[in-house]
Design a protein around this ligand. Structure first.
Ligand SMILES: Cc1cc2nc3c(=O)[nH]c(=O)nc-3n(C[C@H](O)[C@H](O)[C@H](O)COP(=O)(O)OP(=O)(O)OC[C@H]3O[C@@H](n4cnc5c(N)ncnc54)[C@H](O)[C@@H]3O)c2cc1C
Length: 436
């Protein structure tokens, strides 16, 4: 019945859930395309009104970047690129009825829009990931996460209040971060930088009052990076005053801090959980499909779900099984980006039932940026300088280029370059930390 309905409709309803690195790219570039005989009618669903490039969320959390200056507003992007934007949180997918269910929209306690469903002919899931608490008691109640634009803004609101309070009271403020991956490492450095900046704007003593403790259960920081990168990052963090505790497992969190085995307590006024990743709860409604241990949907070589050709998944929420690759594709912006480009190019043909080449993944290296202090990285397995170690300005530029090329892709080269210029000029005329 559903098949007949969709084949006689004039357009093909493509619904993209999640407008992040992958989903926003797909919605932007696939809208206005056709599948041969039918026009694609694209709807993007996101629970936020705007997107901030996720790899810069730690700078929003620390306050060294301003979300308002960096965000892409979905309604504006939709208007400019010919897709529809639906504001709301997707809470379920009924793959037999081909419907996505959205939670009611509640603003200031008032229900503005009731629960609703959106029908699709093809569904693209790009809902990203969130930190994994591995069932540790107390994390949900006492720890902040830096998984979304709203999380990062909310953390910064609290950080600024707590820092001013601690300076006023003459007491130190300890920020404890669990997870020594890129998020934890980058956030630790950014917090040190933020304290130094706000000190210049009147919060005298902020640097002396802020303590940052970074806790990692593994034997070293930055496990997916080469040892040299991890060692350089740890040395730099320690020079900056960050207390790094590797090989340290948190068994519970309470209002005072992190409980370790042996009943040791690491006290922390502000607690951040940035360890591991797991897929968002939305994917639990697809429990009859194959998923990994961290909940990602297993997809085939064209990023379609093997048992449901009407559903595609990419980015952090997916685990693609690609020809010639026996290790998982990493959950990075780099992979989300490559697979978004693949779907932008091939999705119309796939929907039209044509054969296309399988997706692939190429590792162009990884970079970690310690605020304005330093950056380190490797050049990946491709290219002339295969596997080379880079640091300093070159690595910082490489990190910045990831973001700038994403902006250019979303907005076009001209507007992307203009945004870069405005940002650079803005940093010269505005305070370089969020102060209000
Ligand atoms: C601090 C930090 C630094 C990082 N640095 C790097 C880096 O240097 N290099 C790198 O390659 N990667 C980096 N990453 C990882 C990278 O950000 C992710 O791999 C990438 O963003 C994944 O893209 P995505 O499109 O899958 O998900 P996201 O970009 O996270 O987008 C997911 C979108 O889905 C929306 N969403 C989620 N659930 C729902 C729902 N139920 N209903 C509606 N909307 C929903 C979210 O609001 C969001 O807009 C970093 C991550 C963090 C947190």
């Amino acid at each position: 019945m559903v098949d007949t309905m969709s084949s006689i409709s004039e357009s093909h309803r493509l619904v993209v859930v999640g407008g992040g690195v992958a989903g926003l790219d797909v919605a932007t570039h696939v809208a206005r395309k056709g599948t041969g005989d039918r026009q694609l009618e694209v709807t993007l669903i996101d629970r936020e009104p705007a997107y901030v490039w996720k790899p810069m969320l730690h700078t929003i959390a620390a306050g060294t970047s301003d979300a308002g200056a960096q965000e892409t507003v979905y309604a504006a992007q939709a208007r400019g690129h010919g897709f529809r934007y639906e504001y709301g949180e997707a809470i379920g997918v009924d793959r037999y009825a081909r419907e996505v269910k959205l939670a009611p929209l509640v603003i200031d306690g008032e229900e503005i829009v009731p629960t609703r469903t959106i029908s699709y002919d093809t569904l693209v899931l790009a809902v990203g990931s969130r930190a994994n608490d591995f069932g540790t008691p107390g994390v949900a109640e006492h720890c902040a996460s830096i998984d979304s634009r709203s999380d990062a803004i909310a953390f910064n609101d609290r950080l600024r209040v707590e820092l001013v309070k601690s300076v006023g009271a003459g007491q130190p403020l300890t920020v404890g971060i669990v997870g020594g991956g890129a998020t934890g490492v980058e956030l630790a450095a950014e917090l040190i930088e933020a304290a130094a900046v706000v000190e210049q704007y009147g919060v005298f003593g902020a640097s002396n009052h802020l303590r940052v403790v970074l806790i990692e259960s593994g034997p070293r920081l930055l496990a997916p990076f080469p040892e040299k990168v991890a060692a350089a990052a740890q040395t730099k963090l320690e020079q900056l005053g960050v207390i790094v505790r590797t090989g340290t497992r948190v068994i519970a969190v309470d209002p005072t801090g992190f409980r370790l085995s042996g009943d040791e307590l690491v006290s922390a006024g502000l607690k951040v959980w940035a360890a591991g990743i797991k897929a968002p709860p939305l994917l639990d409604s697809l429990n009859d499909l194959e998923r990994t241990r961290s909940g990602q949907l297993v997809v085939g070589p064209t990023l379609a779900v093997p048992r449901d050709p009407h559903i595609y998944a990419l980015g952090d929420c997916a685990s693609p099984q690609l020809p010639g690759r026996d290790t998982p594709v990493p959950a990075t912006a780099q992979a989300a980006n490559q697979h978004a480009r693949y779907l932008c190019r091939h999705l119309p043909a796939l929907i039209a039932g044509k054969q296309v080449r399988p997706a692939s993944y190429q590792d162009f290296g990884s970079l970690v940026s310690l605020g304005g202090f330093d950056a380190y990285g490797t050049l990946g397995r491709f290219g002339f300088f295969e596997g080379g170690f880079i640091r300093g300005r070159v690595a910082q530029l490489g990190h910045a280029m990831l973001y700038r090329s994403y902006q250019a892709r979303l907005h076009g080269l001209w507007k992307g370059t203009l945004l870069w210029l405005i940002d650079t000029l803005g940093r010269r005329v505005r305070p370089n930390a969020r102060l209000s």
